[in-house]
Design a protein around this ligand. Structure first.
Ligand SMILES: NC(=O)c1ccc[n+]([C@@H]2O[C@H](COP(=O)([O-])OP(=O)(O)OC[C@H]3O[C@@H](n4cnc5c(N)ncnc54)[C@H](O)[C@@H]3O)[C@@H](O)[C@H]2O)c1
Length: 336
């Protein structure tokens, strides 16, 4: 049984609590939040994805801390799960690793690629198991895409396009781009990281975008170029009207099929093959968060370093986003 402490009880902390509650081999023993209403469970958090962040209401007998450092120092806690606003990830990840605790860190791993890399280096010098919470790598329908591309199930991948559009969460740290990094780091990073998962770090990125809400890039469209000729593009932003339904989509064209994933559709993943009716692809029932958290706990139980995503890969994904941001601001392609 892995004993868990969750720090930060916003949309993501509450979503992770839900995920731990569904596991037999993990137990939340401590929670921390500086906000007393979040800590007591009185205040719930809003988010992009319907059904996430219900908050685990079964939290009786857990230690409650207003100070994140006190949770890290709690001897009962083996795994520290950091769901704090992005600029705080570095400080508390460093503290947790220094205290010899396993650590799961929400995305973006840190506010900058430099900070993310220093977390990776620190973890590598320790015995702890540390993982960035890049949930799309565990998301049903997206794991299908990775496997389909790797195995060339329908031939070569001709093109793949990702789209992630939502509304900024008003009154939150997200509105301050110096803290959140803007939509390009906070939202679009998911797709950049998934592209990194599929094809590695690109040779160059060519982006266009604009800043309107946070002071950082709030909407971006990018082409990511490789030695191979698959056309890879992604767009993301949080400039939509608050009532706009959050969109998380991909469109993949293979030589012998087209696949469309749309989180808002009745069947999220549809496969179109020549000469056949469109076919809904059966997917695992939960969101990626559940599989991500379960994988982290399994790695701890088995004493193995996570392979599906590493801290260095997460740092690389932030480095790609920084290149995209530079490209969007200068109007020039940026080499990595
Ligand atoms: N994987 C995903 O799909 C996904 C989705 C949403 C958010 N996130 C990431 O998760 C992180 C948290 O986002 P959120 O929307 O839950 O944020 P949030 O602002 O809703 O919640 C953060 C919580 O941390 C608490 N907090 C702030 N400073 C603290 C401190 N020093 N000590 C203790 N508690 C403190 C706040 O009171 C708040 O309850 C961000 O990095 C965000 O980018 C990831």
């Amino acid at each position: 049984m892995t004993k868990v402490g969750v720090i930060g009880l916003g949309m993501m902390g509450q979503t992770h609590l839900d995920a731990y509650a569904r596991l037999d081999n993990a137990q939340v023993v401590a929670i921390a939040d500086a906000d007393p209403d979040r800590l007591s469970g009185k205040a719930k958090a809003g988010g992009n994805i319907e059904g996430a962040a219900a908050g685990d209401d079964q939290l009786t007998g857990v230690a409650r801390y207003s100070d994140a450092s006190a949770l890290i120092a709690d001897d009962d806690v083996q795994l520290v799960d950091i769901c704090l606003p992005t600029p705080l990830h570095l400080r508390f990840a460093e503290q947790a690793i220094a205290a010899g605790k396993h650590v799961l860190i929400e995305k973006p791993l840190a506010r900058t690629s430099e900070d993310a890399l220093s977390i990776a280096e620190l973890a590598e010098q320790s015995d702890v198991i540390a993982m960035p919470a890049m949930c799309m790598r565990f998301w049903p329908g997206w794991t299908w895409l990775k496997q389909t591309i790797d195995q060339q199930t329908y031939g070569k991948t001709l093109a793949v396009h990702f789209q992630r559009i939502g509304a900024i969460i008003a009154g939150s740290f997200y509105e301050d781009g110096t803290r959140s990094g803007g939509a390009i780091l906070d939202i679009h990073l998911h797709d950049t990281d998934f592209v990194n998962h599929l094809f590695g770090v690109p040779n160059t990125v060519t982006s266009a975008g604009y800043s309107h809400l946070s002071g950082e890039i709030d909407y971006v469209r990018t082409r990511l170029q490789y030695d191979h000729d698959t056309l890879v593009t992604a767009e993301g932003g949080w400039m939509a009207h608050p009532q706009f339904r959050f969109t998380m989509r991909y469109l993949a064209n293979f030589e012998r099929a087209t696949a469309v994933y749309d989180i808002g559709a009745e069947n999220a993943l549809t496969l179109y093959e020549p000469g056949k009716d469109p076919q809904a692809v059966a997917l695992d029932p939960h969101m990626g968060y559940d599989y991500e958290v379960a994988y982290m706990v399994e790695c701890i139980e088995q004493g193995v370093a996570p392979q599906t995503v590493t801290l260095r890969q997460a740092a690389d994904s932030i480095r790609i986003v920084e290149a995209e941001s530079q490209s969007a601001k200068t109007g020039r392609s940026v080499a990595l």
